[in-house]
Design a protein around this ligand. Structure first.
Ligand SMILES: Nc1ncnc2c1ncn2[C@@H]1O[C@H](COP(=O)(O)OP(=O)(O)OP(=O)(O)O)[C@@H](O)[C@H]1O
Ligand SMILES: [Mg+2]
Length: 271
């Protein structure tokens, strides 16, 4: 089972947007996927349901022994379930964050998900590389870093790459960087192009995802409606929904997720 954290040093770069829509696209591709809101702020829930604060989730599974099946929410797609952050009392948040900072805290949860047959667990994390996010990164197999196309990007990106290299120096099985996905890209803006070129110059080419997420008002629309971009109806899907499908295909290859029947180059539609 792959455990993929969506993390970045900087806040507001599109981690939650990426976690929700990538999980949706991966599930559509047939992978048994679990989306986990590991951000104590509960951003996944806030983006998907007006009553998100009422849902139990990761907090209750790990602190109150609530059964996984009771906390994992069904979705419109059979292959996708969601574990929300949970109802964390405000006076318990710092204790909860401190416990997540321990790199072993999620191990029992991952064991349950693995036993339940999940192929992929995607975790939305708080921004920063310290505290809970550091603990989550220490317990995940992989990380995807969304990076906004802006001048500050390069500095935070290099710090992130250094940090992840350091984790691997400490332990070679530590979380490996799957790639950096550029977000909120304005293709028509010349400065954006320069930043993209600079990022491609300093990072090994295989670490820069080919899928680049455009800045698109559909993201805010989808979040107001509490749905992934791929569920927006009424005309053609927004272009960014298709870019998430492209990203999912790319990540699938990078993670080595291959269904046995897909290992041939020739795949017949008719079975
Ligand atoms: N591609 C996009 N186009 C337009 N708006 C976007 C895009 N991606 C994200 N946004 C908007 O940017 C804001 C930040 O996005 P998001 O919450 O996904 O970032 P985040 O990295 O999870 O933030 P935080 O660090 O606070 O957890 C949100 O209002 C979201 O709707
Ligand atoms: Mg977020």
């Amino acid at each position: 089972m792959i455990t993929l954290a969506i993390s970045s040093l900087k806040g507001g770069v599109g981690k939650t947007t990426c976690a929700i829509n990538l999980a949706f696209s991966c599930a559509k591709r047939g992978w048994k996927t679990l989306l986990v809101d590991a951000d104590p702020q509960g951003s996944v829930g806030l983006s998907l349901s007006p009553s998100a604060q009422a849902y139990i989730g990761l907090y209750e599974i790990l602190t109150a022994g609530v059964p996984f099946e009771q906390a994992a929410l069904k979705t419109k797609i059979e292959t996708l379930k969601i574990v929300m952050a949970g109802k964390i009392p405000s006076n318990e948040i710092s204790k909860w964050c401190a416990s997540l900072s321990d790199g072993t805290r999620l191990a029992p949860f991952f064991k349950i998900a693995n036993d339940a047959g999940y192929d992929l667990v995607i975790l939305d994390t708080p921004s920063g590389l310290h505290g809970p996010t550091e603990g989550i990164l220490r317990s995940c197999s992989h990380v995807l870093v969304p990076q906004q196309c802006e001048p500050l990007a390069l500095r935070s990106l290099m710090l992130t790459v250094d940090f992840l290299n350091q984790l691997q120096t400490e332990n070679e099985d530590a979380c490996s960087l799957v790639g950096v996905v550029l977000t909120m890209a304005d293709r028509d803006v010349e400065d954006t192009q320069k930043i993209v070129e600079e990022i491609k110059r300093v990072l090994p080419p295989e670490l820069v995802c080919g899928a680049m997420l455009p800045r698109d008002p559909a993201v805010i629309h989808a979040s107001m409606k509490g749905m992934p971009l791929g569920l927006i109806r009424g005309g053609a899907p927004p272009a960014i929904a298709l870019v998430f499908d492209q990203l999912a295909a790319e990540i699938e290859t990078k993670l080595g997720l291959v269904a046995p029947e897909q290992s041939d180059e020739y795949v017949s539609l008719v079975v």
